[in-house]
Design a protein around this ligand. Structure first.
Ligand SMILES: [Zn+2]
Ligand SMILES: [Zn+2]
Ligand SMILES: [Zn+2]
Length: 211
């Protein structure tokens, strides 16, 4: 009936499981060990945890510090053990190497991200210029506060954006150009876009598969 397994079958199953549970770790990424440990390609995976990326092999995550894993993979590629294929490039934190980054608009005077944006618009029909919120009505919808005409975007372009004015809730200053900053979600450091590093994520394969 197949409901009772022989001792031999059980041994096979246990052995299979032991092999499946074998995971690749950073210490396996050496010239000597790598061919025996990996099956198929080593693939980069972007995620929203830790440094924002990791590597998998045979469907399982490779364990260890991701920056060291990447360093070793690149080393093996430069030594001709692995061949690499470009999969994408990402902006990277210059402090910790994470690619989990958040784009911020900040005050150019004090650096606070506690700022607000106000748009100044012109009603094309009558030429009245005012902050956008003055066109908003309490019960919803838009109406020109000067000529009283209701404004509907179904009529095409009826409001012209004149300028956007930002104000800082921390230092109370106003400005028209916020400072663009990047915040690292991993180490919480803020830096300007030009200080970001760039990382290329590659997929790796053994160059000459060994038996
Ligand atoms: Zn960081
Ligand atoms: Zn008007
Ligand atoms: Zn400020």
């Amino acid at each position: 009936m197949g409901s009772i397994e022989s001792g031999e079958d059980k041994m096979d199953i246990i052995q299979d499981e032991a092999e499946n549970d074998e995971v690749v770790t950073v210490s396996d990424l050496t010239k000597e060990k790598i061919a025996k440990k990996i099956k198929g390609p080593i693939t980069p995976v972007v995620s929203d945890r830790d440094q924002g990326f990791h590597y998998t092999n045979n469907g399982k995550r490779i364990f260890g510090d991701v920056n060291e894993i990447r360093y070793r993979l690149e080393l093996l590629a430069s030594e001709g053990v692995l061949e690499s294929e470009y999969k994408g490039s990402y902006a990277r934190c210059p402090n910790c190497g994470s690619i989990r980054l958040r784009f911020l608009l900040t005050c150019p005077h004090c650096g606070s991200s506690n700022i607000e944006k106000r748009s100044i618009v012109r009603h094309l029909k009558c030429g009245f210029i005012a902050p956008y919120n003055l066109f908003q009505q309490q019960r919803g919808g838009l109406k020109c506060p000067k000529c009283g005409e209701p404004i509907s975007f179904e009529d095409g372009r009826v409001l012209d954006s004149v300028v956007s004015i930002y104000s800082c809730n921390s230092c109370k200053k106003s400005f028209t150009k916020p400072k663009e900053m990047i915040k690292c979600e991993s180490c919480k450091v803020e830096f300007s876009p030009e200080d970001a590093d760039i990382i290329h994520l590659n997929e790796y394969r053994l160059k000459t598969p060994l038996g």
